[in-house]
Ligand binder design. Structure first.
Ligand SMILES: *[C@@H]1O[C@H](CO)[C@@H](O)[C@H](O)[C@H]1NC(C)=O
Length: 366
């Protein structure tokens, strides 16, 4: 069993700067150390987050255990199978988990601490013992709908995910996120619940985000918020209407905006193009199931079965066609120069490595 040591403090930056600006200058060293120890004792809550592939922590009387109808938590259902009796599907998911763990070991140097801010994308289902980190452009609307049905957040009469309009699935407050809980409650859930996320080939996800946010006339909020900024920065002789509306950003301009170091210095990426690595922290949170958009139906069914919820709800069938989304991505990259293809690959590199996606053949950077 491995033990990971994850201190969580609310407002970590302010806390540290207040500490260093006041007490260090005004007091003697010995007192400082005492002040520091007291501050640490009262403000920083150190939590132990046990990660285990084999034995999920389940203590008696622990209410946040997420027991299914069978009296077993999804975590127990997942890990209590005899290794000799694993089905091909279980073996594949085990392979994905191990690959992720191995990639984290190889490519991340420092293990940063988790803070509640990191858990804003993790949705909680206390009834079934599930934690789902949502990634936009990877069927997250349907997963939110499903979780609303499972947690009752959809309203008492709604049992069919597609009865929930898409915009309603994204209304804040309908689903609870892990960041809203206390440190002890967070810890308990990280240990005892089934943690899962869904990922997708990074460039297909990016092209999907670009098409959805910049080529659809109804997305005026994105045009105003990001489009005008991109045109201003990436188009030397922009016409006044384009600067004003921001509704005709080309994919090339979008790529230049993404790889420009100034962009991330100003503010974090919007969640639609932020990397899964930054949204879900897969090297800090040990995900039990890594679902893929490419095998969405099977993987979604697998999760619902583990949760004992396959009788309650069915994951909506989507009209996706992964073959064409690959070709579509290739067509968008045709006009991107190799230099920018390389820069963009480097930007999304961790998502490629952690989730076993290979560099697409259509890139000209080899
Ligand atoms: C990683 O991807 C390769 C090629 O697509 C595949 O053959 C292999 O099974 C994958 N490994 C895991 C652990 O998913």
């Amino acid at each position: 069993m491995k033990t990971t040591y994850v201190p969580i403090s609310h407002e970590p930056k302010r806390f540290w700067s207040a500490l260093s600006s006041r007490s260090f200058k005004m007091r003697k060293p010995r007192v400082n150390r005492m002040v520091l120890a007291m501050c640490l004792g009262s403000f920083v809550m150190v939590i132990f987050y046990f990660q285990s592939n084999l034995k999920p922590a389940t203590q008696g009387g622990d209410q946040a255990r997420g027991l299914g109808k069978s009296g077993r938590s999804p975590l127990q259902t997942l890990y209590d199978t005899d290794p000799m009796e694993l089905s091909p599907l279980q073996v594949m998911h085990q392979g994905r988990r191990e690959l992720l763990e191995e990639a984290c070991r190889s490519y991340t140097r420092k293990r940063r601490v988790l803070i509640p801010e990191d858990l804003k994308h993790v949705i909680v289902d206390d009834q079934h013992g599930l934690l789902y980190c949502y990634v936009p452009k990877v069927a997250c609307t349907n997963w939110k709908r499903v979780l609303m049905v499972l947690t009752g957040g959809a309203g008492p009469d709604r049992h069919e995910p597609l009865q929930i309009p898409a915009h309603e699935a994204h209304v804040p407050g309908r689903l609870r996120t892990l960041s809203e809980y206390s440190t002890a409650e967070i810890n308990q859930r990280l240990r005892g619940y089934l943690k899962f996320l869904f990922v997708r080939e990074p460039f297909e996800r990016l092209v999907s985000a670009y098409r959805n946010k910049f080529t659809r006339s109804y997305n005026t909020a994105f045009h105003k918020r990001y489009g005008t900024k991109i045109v201003r920065r990436e188009r030397p002789d922009a016409r006044p209407e384009a600067l004003e509306r921001g509704d005709d950003v080309s994919f090339g301009e979008f790529v230049r905006y993404l790889v420009d170091p100034a962009t991330q210095r100003e503010e974090p990426f919007n969640e639609h193009w932020e990397r899964v690595h930054s949204l879900c922290h897969p090297c800090l949170i040990h995900y039990d199931v890594v679902g893929k958009y490419e095998t969405l139906e099977e993987d979604a069914t697998y999760v619902l079965k583990l949760a004992g919820a396959d009788g309650e709800v069915r994951f909506p069938a989507s009209g996706k066609n992964t073959r064409t989304t690959g070709e579509l991505a290739a067509s968008y990259f045709k006009d991107i120069s190799p230099v920018y293809q390389r820069k963009l690959y480097n930007l999304y590199r961790m998502d490629f490595l952690l989730f076993n996606y290979t560099m697409p053949d259509y890139l000209r950077v080899h």
